[in-house]
Design a protein around this ligand. Structure first.
Ligand code: SF4
Ligand code: SF4
Length: 190
């Protein structure tokens, strides 16, 4: 008789990882007691595959692979609502940043191509003008996603209401911004 295979995979834990994330984020992840206020406050929670409070718990437990494979850190828009409301003063956005950076440093692909495209268009416009240009960002992203025509009417409506500028505003020290981009690229940033 063949031995029966266990259906459950052993959970891999990396016990040193929580300290690495604390060092990278500057936040005391260990202080989180899982109250869930960050999740209840997060405007993106409904789209996240790992809710902010659960992500904090997973980091505490050293569930490195689970966290690094999550989409949630790429959806976080760093609005800081969670940081303002956390009873322990933890800035979850900084933890999200550290996780995202750790994920990219290990050479993992961004889990969703649409998110990667949005980030790239955002950074492209910052490179070009020294600050984000929503018009070009939206047009480039929609075109690459193959939905330019669907998004066109929304874009035009936003322009009519003055919410989307056609012409970009540049910053005075644009060269400084480009110098930062080059420095990050030299350090292997993606
Ligand atoms: S609000 Fe703060 S303490 Fe509560 S779950 Fe979120 S990070 Fe943890
Ligand atoms: S900073 Fe990120 S995790 Fe926190 S509330 Fe905003 S989107 Fe959610």
């Amino acid at each position: 008789m063949q031995p029966r295979e266990s259906a459950a995979q052993p959970v891999q834990r990396d016990h040193s990882w929580p300290l690495a994330i604390e060092a990278a984020s500057g936040e005391r992840v260990g202080l989180c007691f899982g109250c869930g206020i960050c999740t209840g406050s997060c405007p993106l929670a409904s789209a996240m595959d790992l809710l902010p409070s659960r992500l904090m718990k997973a980091v505490q437990l050293g569930l490195r692979e689970r966290v690094l494979g999550a989409t949630a850190p790429y959806l976080c828009v760093a609005c800081e609502t969670c940081a303002v409301r956390c009873p322990n003063g933890i800035d979850v956005a900084r933890v999200m940043d550290a996780v995202r950076q750790a994920s990219l440093t290990t050479g993992r692909p961004v889990p969703r191509v649409d998110i990667q495209r949005f980030h790239r268009w955002f950074l492209r416009t910052v490179w070009m003008f020294g600050r984000a240009h929503e018009g070009l960002l939206s047009a480039g992203y929609s075109l690459q996603q193959g939905r330019l025509l669907q998004d066109l009417s929304t874009g035009l409506a936003l322009m009519r209401h003055g919410r989307l500028a056609l012409w970009p505003h540049t910053v005075r020290r644009q060269r400084e911004v480009r110098r930062l981009f080059r420095a990050i690229a030299q350090r292997g940033g993606r």
